[in-house]
Design a protein around this ligand. Structure first.
Ligand SMILES: *Cc1c(COP(=O)(O)O)cnc(C)c1O
Length: 402
């Protein structure tokens, strides 16, 4: 039989078409069903033994916490999108990060972490790393000071690119080359890219973490983290997950599986909306700066063009000529932006950022009134009107700078 050559398909197509299927008498559902199970039954003792023998290397259904068909289906889809060997799911994005630290680092090790890291990782550093004798040094989000901060006991580099709040980028292929020279593991938080806009594993990282809570689920109704690794890095993570009994609910996996099918379409709408709003904000008299890597004025815009496939709904602004009370009034006067943390859902959000707490290497104390916006799937012209009226109520400038 001659094999049919499939044309290579785009990410958007594989998001829709990739799937594990269950066949029933008659036909099959489009999505894999929710399989709820603790006990798994076998046809014979021999069947049970052979399944258990294969479960460290194969995706076999042997016990509720050791993976089930719904979770495997989501793991396979994320692994495919991330370009990795395998994926493991966690109850939250932060739990995924914590398990990565637990799995790969030991007392006495030294880790280098980007200063643009998701802020709760700093709690992991003070409450976990310090307690277990793992030392941490922060490096500039662009990575310019990274190599000289490497020590004899260094074991890993943790990057977040684009970084939290200001979206600084590092040259990941270059960092991966430095890491190979010093035998360091490269871990990337890829929540910004969410397996569709950025691909750390394809750029040389060993481990990629995505908070599926955000864009993969897309509906602000589920918490989940996903860690995808290269083949070489897999067994270390896998063993520690098995040791800790780490698993997620198949109901939650189902929600993410359902959400992820519209990821490509949603992300394009988030991106278009964010660019419309960013361009309007950039011309507003009360806006000192708009941070977004897709804007030509962003310091790593060229790196973003080289390594990212578009942007998402995130924008950060720094306001000017408004006092603390006026900024509060501005936020409270918005009708279409929810006041809340997290992002990646279909709705627009706004949240103030404390740059002094978020960063430790650079003094951002002069950077007050920094607000992070998530542009949802609403009509961006409505969002612009909402921002305009909120500036007016706050006593800000009503007309545009030219
Ligand atoms: C939200 C977020 C996380 C953590 O995800 P949770 O599911 O909320 O724990 C990790 N990294 C980044 C960059 C995030 O934005």
């Amino acid at each position: 039989m001659t094999s049919v050559k499939m044309p290579s398909i785009s990410t958007a197509t594989s998001i829709v078409k990739s799937s594990a299927h269950c066949t029933y008498p008659g036909g099959r559902s489009v999505l894999v069903p929710v399989v709820r199970a603790s006990t798994v039954l076998f046809e014979s003792l021999q069947h049970m033994e052979s399944a258990r023998q294969r479960r460290d290397t194969h995706k076999v259904f042997t016990y509720g916490s050791k993976g089930n068909p719904t979770n495997f289906s989501l793991e396979d889809l994320i692994a495919e999108l991330e370009g990795g060997f395998r994926t493991r799911l966690f109850p939250t994005g932060l739990a995924a990060i914590a398990m990565v630290f637990t799995a790969y680092f030991h007392p006495g090790d030294h880790i280098l972490i980007s200063d643009a890291v998701y802020q709760p990782v700093r709690c992991l550093v003070s409450n976990f790393c310090e307690k277990f004798g793992i030392r941490v040094t922060f490096f500039q989000p662009t990575g310019e000071d990274l190599e000289r901060k490497i020590e004899a006991r260094s074991r890993g580099i943790y990057v977040e690119s684009p970084g939290s709040i200001f979206y600084e980028m590092c040259d990941l292929p270059e960092i991966a080359a430095i890491a190979r020279k010093h035998a360091l593991l490269v871990i990337a938080d890829n929540t910004w890219g969410s397996a569709i806009r950025y691909s750390p594993l394809r750029l040389g990282a060993d481990v990629s973490i995505v908070a599926a809570t955000k864009y993969l689920s897309g509906h602000a109704d589920v918490m989940m983290g996903a860690v995808t690794t290269t083949e070489d890095a897999w067994s270390t993570l896998f063993r520690m997950c098995e040791t800790f009994g780490m698993t997620v609910s198949p109901d939650d996996s189902y929600l993410v599986l359902r959400g992820i099918r519209t990821l490509a379409a949603r992300m394009d709408v988030h991106e278009r909306g964010a660019l419309v709003v960013a361009q309007w904000l950039a011309r507003h008299g009360n806006v000192a700066h708009v941070f977004c890597p897709a804007l030509p004025g962003h310091p790593q815009h060229n790196l973003w063009r080289r390594d990212c496939r578009g942007t998402n709904g995130l924008l950060t602004i720094q306001l000017r000529d408004l006092n603390d009370d006026q900024v509060r009034i501005f936020i409270d006067s918005l009708n279409l932006f929810g006041i809340g943390a997290s992002w990646g859902g279909f709705e627009s959000l706004i949240t103030p950022c404390n740059m002094v707490e978020a960063r430790s290497l650079t003094d951002w104390s002069g950077h007050t009134h920094v607000l992070r916006l998530h542009i949802g799937l609403e009509d961006p012209n409505d969002l612009v009107s909402d921002l305009r009226q909120a500036f007016e109520i706050s006593g800000g400038i009503t007309d545009r700078r030219t």
